[in-house]
Design a protein around this ligand. Structure first.
Ligand code: TYD
Length: 140
């Protein structure tokens, strides 16, 4: 696992079972997932000129796996920013609570799988960056 400079975020190397039939990755607590999955969703049909995200969560752990293609993630904990290309099938991006995330530069074939620790809750979202910064400051 490699920690990112952004609080609560890291890149986790997944164990790939590969043979002449292809590759398979299994994800469960025993293989390193640090939360119970309450929700899974996936994002596809994105456009290179349309970015997504622009929000943070107050109480949510997520693993993001890029199943096809690539996109650029920009993560921000209010103090540190990390920007990188997510383009590997054998890597999970862990994003904790209180992290502002943006996704840019989607390749046309990009498919993102997201595993989440809680059901969908619109009230858990912070969609205003200034409000996010104010709430993060209030936390510390
Ligand atoms: P949103 O989280 O804003 O997507 P992104 O951050 O990738 O741009 O969600 C887009 C829409 O989908 C929004 O109307 C809420 C809805 N949605 C659900 O109904 N359930 C979910 O689990 C998620 C993540 C989104």
């Amino acid at each position: 696992m490699s920690e990112l400079s952004v609080s609560g975020c890291s890149l986790f190397e997944l164990d790939v079972k590969g043979d002449e039939l292809g590759s398979l990755v299994a994800i469960e607590r025993a293989t390193g997932l640090p939360f119970d999955i309450q929700r899974a969703y996936y994002i596809f049909g994105t456009r290179a000129d349309q970015s997504r995200g622009f929000h943070a969560h107050r109480d949510l752990q997520q693993w993001v796996i890029c199943l096809a293609g690539s996109c650029t993630f920009r993560l921000d904990d209010g103090s540190n920013v990390s920007e990188f290309l997510l383009d590997r099938r054998d890597t999970a991006l862990q994003i904790g609570s209180w992290v502002w995330r943006e996704m840019h530069n989607f390749s046309p074939d990009c498919v993102l799988l997201v595993l989440a620790s809680a059901p969908y809750s619109p009230t858990d979202y912070i969609r205003d960056y200034d409000e996010f910064c104010a709430e993060v400051r209030h936390q510390s």
